[in-house]
Every structure is written in structure tokens, then in C-alpha cells.
Write a protein that binds this ligand. Sequence first.
Ligand code: C2E
Ligand code: CA
Ligand code: CA
Length: 626
Amino acid sequence: MTKPAGTHFESDDLTEVTGILESLMSVANDESYDDQQPEEKRVLLLGRPRSLKRWDIRWLERSGFAVTLVDDPEHSVLAAETLDPCAIVAEAAFRDSRRRPVYQSVLDAEAVEAPVIVLSHSSSETRDALDNGAYDVARKPFDWRILSRRVRQAVQIADNDAALEQARDSLRSAVELADRVREQKRTSESFEPVTGLPNRSKFRELLQRSATSITGNDNVLLVCVVSLNRFNLITEAVGAKQSDQVAFDTAGILRDCLQSTADSVQLESGLRTASVARIDPGRFALLMTVSPGAAELDELRRTIIERLSAPMTVDGQALYLSPCIGAAVYPTEVSDLPQLLGKAESAMREARSRGAQFCHHSKKVDEDIARKLRIENRLHAAIDNAELRLAYQPLVDIASNRIVGCEALLRWPQADGSFLSPAEFVPIAESSGLMVTIGRFVLDSACQQLDSWKRQGLDPIRMSVNVSKCQLLDPGFPDVVRGCLERHDVDPSLIDLELSERGALSPETNVLDRLEALKTLGVSLSIDDFGTGEAAIAYLKDLPVDVLKIDRSYIMELRSNGAESAITSAMVALGQKLNLTVVAEGVESNEQLAMLRGMGCDQYQGFFLSPAVSPDEVVRLLQNTP
Ligand code: C2E
Ligand code: CA
Ligand code: CA
């Protein structure tokens, strides 16, 4: 019968049990042991209650042990299995109905893990108990100090074993976890999470691997870097979630393009392998093993540009990505494999700075890049040393032949007396972030010049100032303009800001608000290089502009009855319909001027009257023309 812990027993002679329980109590009283074992420990006694009459079990309770006496041999195994004791103390003479010692059945029970200490009267019992797997045996007369130590050890060793097993389990899970984490880390180190594409370092690995398959002249490695120029702007404007969507969709488009090329090229020209990677937030890379000069790849590049140039709709909003591609080939053009990706990226940047959408790496491109770097370095110094100047090209009213204004154009004198063309250094200044500073200088100098002419007593003329895209994108730009006007006390209606159709007014710039803010200052706005961009004409009527400047390329080609004259006259008519002042740029001959006059063009600018000249020369021209 199982008795609950703390039940009162009395015994005359089972002093062995008393001693063992005392020793267990000393274990329980051991403070360090207590610290490790805060929960209640149970000792299971298997024996006859008759023997326990003198035993006052309550003081065991006080010492922290729970004691359960089981006096029914048939229930002993079940009790040992279910009560989860820390130690079992069993009389050797305690037997079941088949005369089998109970401690043996307990030792045989698989679910019992507690150490079993057997109390015996004879040496044969002692031997049997040890042979059968008892943890320890105590024989009369007991030395309680030794026995107490043994029991304590038994309990501690059993606990240690359990702790060890637990530690082993934890270690096993920790190792598994570490393996999983390592695998995840390896994946995240190799793949970009938004698109699932290989990242830059993985791409380099792929390059390395593909390069080993390049033998002889049959194959080359082609790397194309596809950059979305407006990706950062998009992230700032619409948020990270949407730009993730853009990246994801772009990855899909690139895979598509690659797949369709693979389908069309494979057989003849041999596109052997191809992969796409996302190497930077707004930058992807394609790697292809192809036979040299595979013509279909031009088609691939065109398709990519075409598909990524179309506005991408994200959350109902049309986003322009402004894609640009740079390409490089190993080993025919770039012989050093580690440089291959970098060269394709430089080619991409070169395309961007030329305002183009594609550039293939070549020696010439390398030289151009080096030259640009040199110019950029010198430009920093030129700004510090105030080397930049403005020259002014007169603007003439065609009907009256009078100079009505001028355009301020940058001039950078070189040590050899020549001038470096702004067509060359302005794009460099734009890409290196210097154009905002230079633009301020131009605006301030132009206003200062107007003020200076006013002080000389000249009749006021209008001043056109070129504004680059990066200036217009700067939210502080209207304030810069206002500051210049105020500083030099300039009538805002004399200032005309020229915005290039290809640059500042390209459809993706989306600066309508900024244009409105400029208009409220009282300045007028021109569309510069009209006819060179694709889209301004589409939303021309919505732009708050006053002047249309027809690009020089159309005027250059003006011949009676030529196609260009039909286009130019259509442009003039369009401008007039929209109530804009139409200006023709680059007029070099009387014939061109006569044709423009016939078309009803309002003003012209060009070498026919004068190139850009010094302020004094402008005064001279003003005095010499009617
Ligand atoms: P643009 O704004 O289209 O300026 C007109 C360019 O055409 C000037 O070249 C001018 O000298 C040239 N030009 C004028 N009439 C004729 C002609 O009859 N025949 C020929 N062949 N050329 C003519 P420039 O001064 O070399 O400037 C080139 C470009 O550099 C400008 O084109 C403009 O885009 C940029 N630029 C110049 N100054 C500035 C500036 O202060 N700010 C900005 N953002 N860009 C500037
Ligand atoms: Ca201009
Ligand atoms: Ca122009």
C-alpha cells in the first residue's frame, strides 16, 4: 500500500532505514546541494511498516525530503516507476508472492532510473544485490557516516547523469540550430532577400566559376550591368516597400529577357549559361557565356532597355526607372577577370554621364573615364580659384532685328589659352555633385551682370540662365533664385531660366511643383533644346513655361523644302498655338534666318550675329544694332 509522504511510522529495529534517511537528510541540509536542487526530493522506502514503528518520519519532511513508504511488494515497481524518486532504499528481505526480492523487480524495470540501495543481512544477499545491479549495498552493522556519503553520492551522480543527458540534448539541439543558422547565414551572404537573386559576392563567385569554362576563342564571358538610375529617388519618394516591389518586378523582367534570348540564341551562336544577380539596391548584373559577337545580344540589350523604360505601375502609381546598361567582355576586352564587373559598371556610369542608355566597355571608354576624372579634379580647383567665367550670347528679335536679351554661358579658360567646352565639363560637374555650386555661381554672376549694366545706364535686357537637372531637383532651388534676385536688386521678369528637355524636363523628373514655385517668383521659364527629348512635347501644354527654344540640330539642317524645315515650322506653329515665345538656336546663315522669319519664329540666337562674348562686347553689340 502506498503511503503519502510524511505519514507517521514507528519501528523498533529498522534502524538501517533511519540511518540512511539521516544520511539523506544531511544531503538535504547541505546548502550547496540545496542550491542546486531547489525542488522537493523524494525517497522511496520499500519494506515492512512493522519495522518502522520507531521512526518519526516528520523530521525528514522538515529537512526537505518527501518520503514514501511502500509496504506492498506488488505495488513497489509501479510506485518506483511513477513517483520519480531520487533514491530507492529497499530491504533485501522484502519479497513478492513468488519470493523474488522486490529490489530485483525494481532494478529490472526500465522506467526506473533512481539508484537502488539494498539493505541486507547476509553476504549472499549482498552479492546477489550487487550482481543484479544495485547501486550500493549496506550491511549490518552500518557506519552511518560512510553510508550517508554513499547515498549523497548516489543521488548526486544520478542527478549529474540526468543533467549530463540534458546537456547532451541541449548541445545536440544547439549544434542543429547552429547548422541551420550557418546555412541561413550562408544563404543570406549569397542571395539578396527581396528578389532571391545572387548578391554581389555570389555573382563574383559565379563569374569565377564560369571563367573556368572559357577555353580557346570559342566562348567569352559577357557581363551586363543594368542600373535603375531613379531607384534611390523612388525609394525616397514612395517608400521601401514599393521600391522592393520595383526590384522584384525588375528581377522578373530581366529573367524574362534572358530566357527569351536563351531560347533564340542557343542553337547557332551558343548562349551557354546565363544568370541574373542583384548587386546593389538599384543595380542588377547579367552574366552570359556566349560565342564572341553573338548578335542577338544587341537585341537583348534593346529589349531590356525598352521594357524597363516603360513606366512600372506600383500601387497604382506609374514609376520611371530610367535604366542604363554597361557591358564588358572577358577575356577579349577585359583580360583581368576580377576587373570584369567593375569595367561593366564604369561603362554603365559612362553611358549615364553621356545621357545614353548603353555603353560597351572599350579602351577608349577607359581613356574617357580617366580624362573625366582628371577634369573633375581640376574643376574642384577651378571653383576654389574662381577660374570660371560667364560669356553672353545675344538673343535677337527677328521682326525688329534688335537684341532683346542674352544667354549666360559658362567659360573655363585653360592654361594654354583655350576654353574647355561646357558641353564637356557641365555633365562632369553634374555627375560629381559640383553643378549645384557652379549653378549658384552662374545665377549670381548673371544677376550681378544685369545690375552692373543697369548701373552703366543700359536699357534693361533679358538674361537667360541655364539650369541643370540637379539644381532643379534641389528643393532649396527657388530660394537660391530669390536670394540672387534680391542680392542684386534684379527685376524677376528679366530672368529666364532655361530647362533642357532632355535633362531637367525629362518625364521622370516630375518637378511641376518646383516649376510653379519658380513662376511665383516672377521669372520666366524656357524649354531648352526643344525637339531632343521625347516627352516634353507630350505634356507641353501642362508645363508653366513661356519660351520654346528649338534645338540647334533642326536649325542646322534648315534648307528650303527639306524635312527639317517642315518639322521646324511645325514646332514654331505649335509654340505659337500655346502662346509661347519661339526662339531658334544656332542660326549661322542669312538663309536660315530668312526661313525662320517666314515661319513666324520670334527670336534667334547664333553665330550669324555673335557667339557668346564678354560683357563689354555685349554692350558694343547693343550700341551697334538698331
Ligand atoms: P545650350 O544651352 O544649348 O547653349 C547653346 C550652345 O550652342 C552654346 O554652346 C553656344 O555657344 C552654342 N551656339 C550658339 N549659337 C551657335 C551657332 O550658331 N552655331 C554653333 N555651332 N553653336 C552655337 P556652349 O557655350 O559650348 O554650351 C554648351 C552647353 O553647355 C549649353 O548648351 C548648355 O547645355 C551647357 N551650359 C553652358 N553654360 C551652362 C550653365 O551655366 N549652366 C548649365 N546648366 N549648362 C550650361
Ligand atoms: Ca541654353
Ligand atoms: Ca539649347
